[in-house]
Design a protein around this ligand. Structure first.
Ligand code: PLP
Length: 383
């Protein structure tokens, strides 16, 4: 049977035709005027997405590179940091900071739940000497499908000198984040999620306080050196060869974002997540995250008793061409994840639910065909 591929993972996500076409051009000199104009333009427009007046730095990088860039630019070996973790990517921040010689304290919350701002506020209140240099937060924990209330968590840090660092890799451009208004000091993200680009670009913005910390930081860095990137950006350049084709794509992706409007994009993600969750529930499946903290961009689903999550993914992929994501680390084979991040429409949700119903049926789980699709249709029609 002919299959149409659907990439329903939370990154890399489907890239719109317009973005693909925009990249399909001859490469230009990255030290010439044409590139300079392009780079200045996209760097400026990225500020709107970050909701900041600060420079947004662009790196040729995966999201993990940007996590490392955040760590090495603001810290020195021996600095105390507090890493708030609700899953795999919070843990990764702790691992990176420790590797570079920071003294890491973790504030762990159960996987599938959000971080409690009150607990964070209490821990910081206990740090009377102000030893904690930075608090690391994950906006959207992709491994569990939970979105932290970063605004409330940042507010819980008020009154303490720690810098607030936010991993917004799977949220920026899908979930509201207001860097300046919420008092965030470092925000990082990647291209391949809500920004609708292929993988390969990372972005980081720093507050004035964070720039002051950069000037003091002694952690080793060359490629990630934010001050060098900022200096080059002032001339419309990068300190090394940028992925020019991806920057053509970025210009077009930003145009798509501007045309739809950030608020509409956030509302679309919320609606599609609600529709998907209603559909999954109507099939009799459970969800890892509570509605109150559920991510607008990725949903972690519990397989029915007796059917392995991996088996569901395999059948979806092999029989219908739909790629879902698995569980990571301790959630491996305990959940499967459906990405609905970036270039995702109502129809993608309906197709995924319809094929999931058929997959469950093929695997012997009793589902009323159409029940999940119907539940989602109702949510979508109600808007
Ligand atoms: N942080 C979050 C929240 C993520 O979802 C991811 C990737 O899924 C990363 C960081 C790491 O990004 P990358 O895989 O591009 O290194």
């Amino acid at each position: 049977m002919l299959q149409k591929p659907y990439l329903m993972v939370p990154g890399p996500t489907a890239v719109p035709e317009r973005v693909l076409q925009a990249m399909h051009r001859p490469v230009i000199n990255h030290r010439g005027p044409q590139y300079e104009a392009l780079f200045r333009d996209v760097s400026d427009r990225l500020k709107t997405v970050f909701k900041t007046k600060q420079d947004v730095l662009t790196y040729p990088s995966a999201g993990t590179g940007m996590m490392e860039a955040a760590v090495v630019n603001i810290l020195s070996p021996g600095d105390h940091v507090l890493v708030v973790s609700i899953g795999v990517f919070g843990d990764r921040f702790a691992e990176i900071a420790a590797k570079f010689g920071a003294v890491v304290e973790k504030l762990d919350f159960p996987w599938g739940e959000a971080a409690d701002p009150q607990v964070l506020a209490e821990r910081l209140a206990g740090d009377k000497e102000g030893r904690i240099k930075a608090v690391f937060l994950t906006h959207n924990e992709t491994s569990t499908g939970v979105t932290n209330d970063v605004r409330a968590l940042a507010a819980a840090c008020k009154g303490h000198p720690a810098l607030v660092v936010v991993d917004a890799v799977s949220s920026l451009g899908a979930v509201d984040l207001a860097m300046d208004e919420w008092g965030l000091d470092v925000v990082i993200t990647g291209a391949q999620k809500a920004l609708m680009l292929p993988p390969g670009l990372g972005f980081m913005a720093l507050s004035e306080r964070a720039w002051a910390a950069c000037a003091q930081s002694t952690m080793p860095k060359f490629y990630w050196d934010a001050q060098a990137v900022k200096k080059a950006l002032a001339k419309g350049q990068n300190p090394y060869t940028p992925p020019v084709s991806l920057l053509f794509g970025l210009a077009e992706a930003l145009r798509l974002i501007e045309e739809e409007g950030l608020d509409n994009i956030f509302a679309r993600h919320r609606l599609l997540a609600t529709a998907l969750r209603a559909g999954v529930r109507a099939m009799g499946l459970g969800l890892l995250a509570d509605d109150k903290v559920a991510s607008p961009g990725v949903t972690a689903v519990l397989p029915p008793a007796g059917i392995e999550a991996k088996k569901i993914q395999k059948t979806m992929r092999e029989r219908f061409g739909i790629t879902l994501a698995g569980g990571q680390k301790k959630l491996e084979n305990q959940i499967f994840r459906i990405g609905h991040l970036g270039y995702v429409a109502e129809t993608d949700i309906l197709v995924t639910l319809a094929t999931l119903e058929m997959t469950l049926t093929l695997l012997g789980h009793k589902v009323e065909l159409g029940a999940g699709v119907r539940a989602a249709q109702i949510v979508i029609l109600e808007g």
